[in-house]
Design a protein around this ligand. Sequence first.
Ligand SMILES: Cc1ncc(COP(=O)(O)O)c(C=O)c1O
Length: 396
Amino acid sequence: MCCAHGAALLGHGHPAVAQALRQAIKLGFVNSFETEFHEELARRVCALIPCAEKIRFCSSGSEATLHLIRICRGFTGRNKIIRIEGHFHGYHELIYIGGQPPPDKFPENRNRPYLESAGIPSEFANLIIPLPYNDPPALRQAIAEHGKDTALVILEPVNYNSGCILPQPGYLELVRQLTKDAGIILFFDEIQSSFKKSSGGAQHDFGVIPDVCTIGKSLGGGLPLSAFCGRADIMDMCKPIGPVQHSGTFNAHLVPVLAGLAFLEEAAKPGFYPHLRALEVHFHEGLDRIINDYDLNMVAPHHGARFNIILGRRTPALRYEDAFCHSRDVMLQLIRECWERGLYLHDYGGSPAHHGYSIQHTKADIDRALNVLADVLKAMKPVLKKPCASRSVTRG
Ligand SMILES: Cc1ncc(COP(=O)(O)O)c(C=O)c1O
């Protein structure tokens, strides 16, 4: 139930992807210019993703956020980025700052954004304004103070990277309105959320349309393919129309483009989302029943084909620090016990990260997973019933 961190929504060895690979062998793997297949993929994705008037392709999620942040800066002539704590947007210098600070760097993160990797110059942190998710007053204040210097507000509409934290009713609408009023670009990072619940992404699921977004992971059917897209006037900042550079030998590589077309073909079949939805309902009804029966202090929030496990609380988190009650050591033990019984949950260092299923999973697979979980959770009942032991956090 790792599914390549969300990239393998078609599962492994899917025949449609295998066929795309055979087609690539006939055509040639790499040409570094566009073909009718690129055009077809662009046309199809733009028809599905509500904000997408124009699109460009690259390989990874990190590349997509990097390029699109540059475009947002080029378009607005501003440099600051408002971002949300707990949200993850890739590993590069522009944004790997202030997202997931450890609890002991919290709430200090809001005054001095935490550098998430050695090697990132601290000067980059001067351009980052981290905010708590689902907090309208914090958002209003940040835009009032920094709006004139801010190029973009970036967020994961479904924060799978820190506990599947969902936007509270009205929050995304407020972000949409405030960014519009302040001339700030609203950027949804849908690298993970795209295609998980519907083919229109979280922007379709919640009915709030950003100016631009990134999509990735499942799009390539398991091959490295990501994209950034959005309003035509913003996308036209790219050379040769505008002054912003975006290029690269392996961007829009033909093999993932063909696999992407195969993915979209599968996702468009009438049974695709109903099947994923049936798995979601079956899994969570079963898991919630086990949690209730054993009276455990844990919760498994979900959106579409991905879910998270948070230990130490019984209700979904609303913001990053709500999951500080989660014990990484207990989670690693839970994962180990599952492995030993044949269920693979990826460890992510024991964090409250995401897991999921693919179109090739069946209800019988879900039943097997639930049987393992029932066994493991029963064995771990004493430790999972314990109230949260970790420190509480003062809001900054
Ligand atoms: C929301 C989000 N953005 C960006 C990324 C980075 O993607 P990649 O690992 O392909 O660079 C990820 C990866 O997990 C992600 O979940």
